[in-house]
Ligand binder design. Structure first.
Ligand code: SAH
Length: 372
């Protein structure tokens, strides 16, 4: 029946290559058809089976009956004065998550979410205040890139795709959704998938140490780590997962990751909070921690949100902090704030998270929010 309810049809988006091959075989077709389907879905951004003209008509009819290519539905979309765009996407009747597109002259970066909400409870992050609802599926993760390319149309860039870089820096802790994030990373970098170079896909983590080791064995993408403090005492307060995995352990996992992957460097994100972590002495401690290692420090001016107790460090303090690092031989940059007029800047993504199943703090996070 061609008008069977959508939920009964298998969503082909987000299936791994072996999974799609198995599905195609089940329909009685050759496994190489899976390659063609992948290429239609990701390289050409096609969601309509009838448009996939190099597939037999009968196969297309079968697909239309048994399968679908379903991307998240857009609830709202906003555009910032600086060109940054933000979309609110539906997770279900009540919940929603966000993605942000940041255009630059030489690239287009899509910042995607990996969870509805977040359980890690970093004290300066607006997503944390929402609590945690659920993990996004692989289809919902790759669907964000698919959707952004469609919404933005061709951009005039050489490869005609609007999204040239993907960063998992939206809502959620990607390594807490390991099972669904890893297949998505493969689809981003596979040459029949979105075919993005490994250096153009960045996973940002608050520091789930065991999952960093696991990731090193699975995929090869750039890693960014939310450090935010030069010592455990302060980091325990700002990034509570630090109580389980303190800085020394985290850094060891980072260097291991680079070794395994032949990576060039790790980016350490450091949010600049007025009077909290922005003193020259703290810059000096941070420099000692990272000196001699392949590290880049990305200073992020704090983006405020309603109810926060923090303030952004003044520009001269950020500059001074950066210079302290540079003087000690480190590479440090200041992230330019984009899209803050539409609450699209780092840490401002709140989505719509209701029905929180979250637990806050400590060991319980591991039990509930992190997949085995
Ligand atoms: N959970 C992952 C992915 C989120 S990435 C992680 O923690 O890395 C989002 C980045 O923005 C992180 O570095 C995060 O610490 C930072 N951030 C969070 N809240 C912020 C805020 N209010 N202002 C600026 N940066 C913030």
């Amino acid at each position: 029946m061609s008008d069977a309810p959508a939920i009964e049809r298998e969503n082909l988006l987000g299936l791994t290559r072996p999974e799609l091959e198995a599905f195609v075989r089940e329909l009685g077709s050759e496994p190489f058809r899976a390659r063609q389907l992948w290429s239609w879905m990701y390289k050409r951004g096609e969601a309509r089976f009838e448009a996939m003209t190099d597939l037999a008509k009968s196969f297309r009819a079968q697909l239309a009956e048994r399968a679908q290519i379903r991307v998240p539905e857009i609830v709202t979309s906003q555009q910032s004065a600086d060109g940054t765009r933000k979309w609110l996407l539906r997770a279900d009747e009540k919940q929603a998550f966000e993605m942000v597109f940041i255009p630059e002259p030489d690239r287009g970066t899509l910042c995607i979410s990996s969870q509805v909400g977040c359980a890690l409870d970093c004290s300066f992050c607006s997503t944390a205040q929402q609590g945690f609802n659920r993990n996004l599926t692989t289809a919902e993760i790759v669907g964000q890139v698919w959707l952004a390319n469609r919404e933005l149309g061709t951009s005039g860039l050489p490869d005609e795709r609007a999204v040239t870089n993907v960063v998992l820096m939206g809502m959620g802790e990607p390594l807490a959704n390991f099972r669904n994030v890893v297949p998505a990373l493969r689809i981003f970098t596979d040459d029949l998938g979105f075919d993005l170079s490994r250096r153009r896909v960045t996973l940002s983590t608050s520091g789930l140490v065991p999952q960093i080791y696991k990731l090193a064995e699975e995929v090869n993408v750039a890693l960014a780590v939310s450090l935010h403090a030069p010592d455990d005492e302060l980091r325990n307060e700002l990034v509570p997962i630090n109580r389980l995995h303190p800085i020394a352990e985290l850094l060891e996992a980072c260097w291991h990751y680079l070794d395994e992957q032949n990576g060039r460097s790790i980016t350490f994100e450091y949010v600049m909070l007025d009077g909290i972590n922005d003193s020259p002495a703290q810059a000096c401690t941070l420099a000692k921690l990272l000196k001699g290692h392949p590290a880049k420090i990305n200073l992020i001016p704090f983006n405020p949100f309603p109810g926060t107790r923090y303030q952004r460090s003044p520009a001269p303090a950020i500059q001074r902090f950066k210079e302290e690092l540079l003087e000690r031989g480190l590479i440090a940059t200041v992230r330019r704030t984009r899209g803050d007029d539409i609450d699209a800047a780092c840490g401002q993504l709140a989505g719509r998270v209701i029905d929180r199943t979250t637990v806050r703090l400590g060991n319980k996070i591991i039990g509930v929010a992190v997949q085995p």
